[in-house]
Ligand binder design. Sequence first.
Ligand code: IPM
Ligand code: MG
Length: 358
Amino acid sequence: MTKKIAVLPGDGIGTEIVAEAVKVLEALRRDFGLSIEMEQALVGGAAYDAAGHPLPEQTLALAKAADAVLLGAVGGYKWESLDIALRPEKGLLGLRSELGLFSNLRPAILYPQLANASTLKPEVVSGLDIMIVRELTGDIYFGRPRGIRILENGEREGFNTMVYRESEIERIGRSAFDIAMRRGRRVCSVDKANVLECTELWREVMTRVAKDYPEVTLNHMYVDNAAMQLVRAPKQFDVMVTGNMFGDILSDCAAMLTGSIGMLPSASLDASGKGMYEPIHGSAPDIAGKGIANPLATILSVAMMLRYSLNQAELAGRVESAVNKVLDQGLRTADIYTPGMHKAGTAEMGDAVVAALR
Ligand code: IPM
Ligand code: MG
């Protein structure tokens, strides 16, 4: 059966990197029998400019009807002064919550070819393979009440609410433990249970969920310590599970261990395995339009899509090997460039991956 893919390039470098990922999907359709249909739509600032809203009805309907969504990135200087409800980021957050994509998988894998590109010593990061499981539809990102209010003395006060229900903690816990069963069977749950009741409950529920997974070892870590451990001795981690905000921060930190945030894909899944796939980096308005952005995170997001939503593990492996091959060939975009390598632009990198699929 033909699978439907909604393609949402978004803003900034989003359009450039998604174009390369689409080349890969097209090559898989043409040469490897992948049965897909792709349709593009606007999201983020581009959608605001064209339709007055970062997540137009049409885009949401397309995403809902699709089997999987491929997203580039949203945001840019141009839209920073808009009301928060109309900012490009709301397009992304709206997709996550409207599609119920509560489980966000952010692998941080060090490609041996890039060991020198990391700012950490090669011996600290070589062989690194962490999976961050970030809860994506709850926490302070969506909690109410929220806003900016005026106090009696006329001073303004900003406020947000960190909130998690047991059922939300439990389902992300199960996601993490299920993944750990297929990997190193260790889960580190990250919280701030020494200060925040919300995460005290988080810790209690994680401990309860762990009882159903006797083969998996669970430990708990406070988020400040986890940030430190990630740069001190990152290889101690297998699966890390955490809430929306801590996961946002820790996943950028973990990304940098691997040399470049330009290498890391992500999957955001609902309860049935439908997903949205996007690089974990942002829209990088400073380099947009220059043809120098790294398309590999988006191409690797296609690999995750093939594996998690399209049931094409063999093709997923093929895409991942192709990425390895181009790195072996010495191709490097600016973000992962080291002297002696061949500096490639966005399209050259994408074409090289397509060529390496064979
Ligand atoms: C991410 C991003 C988003 C987030 C922004 C763009 C809203 O930083 O996907 O990590 O905070 O979740
Ligand atoms: Mg982030």
